[in-house]
Design a protein around this ligand. Sequence first.
Ligand code: ATP
Length: 238
Amino acid sequence: SAEETLLELKGMHVFYGAIEALKGIDLTVRKGEIVALLGGNGAGKTTTLRTISGMLQPRIGEVLYRGERIDGIKSHELVQFGIGHVPEGRRVFATMTVRENLEMGAYKFNSVDAADLDRAFTLFPRLAERRTQLAGTLSGGEQQMLAIGRALMGRPELLLLDEPSMGLAPLIVQQIFEIIEEINKQGTTVLLVEQNATQALGLADRGYVLETGAVAMSGPATELLSDTRIRAAYLGEG
Ligand code: ATP
């Protein structure tokens, strides 16, 4: 049902050495949703995603997936839980081809399913045209598409996207957001980190706004979009 909780962060505190980057985060993602995680530079968005995907551990608090504690589980094991992560800066394998990069995304399976490759190439026709091209020679937008396609090859139930619009031209950003919407319609739940608040909230069901490591505001995307404080702080108004 729409109320089924996939991901739950409870009172999550995360440190880099003595620096407390997250100061007690509570956040929920339900099956089928697109949830936007917003906030300015250094607010703690990337740290939140890294903690969900097992690259960091909370010093205090819990990360639950389908009610099960997952904090402390290593990244490569978390893939088995159905969590896919498209990291900040895309990180495609530059000296491998587009197709090889996609195949790497299926590493948790014993073999690459042709239907998964077909799905990626259908979502991203540009990648289909460039399937034998080295990933390092792709444009920034194409590399972002490849990073998303690679994560989808693992058939994630929840996809974590870290600033997919970063450094891309508006037209490409729009295309990528449309594809994220399509991926969600096909059944994948999405937690989307963005600095681009207007566009992210245009796509999302709900949003959370982080400020200096804490949730400053949260609610339905439509409410956040019309909130004057949000408009002043993140939408370049006021
Ligand atoms: P950005 O949009 O700039 O990536 P963000 O919201 O993702 O910002 P984080 O990268 O999560 O923010 O950073 C949160 C806080 O943790 C910041 O104060 C940052 O300086 C600090 N921080 C991030 N990475 C490290 C690190 N490796 N060592 C020490 N402090 C860090």
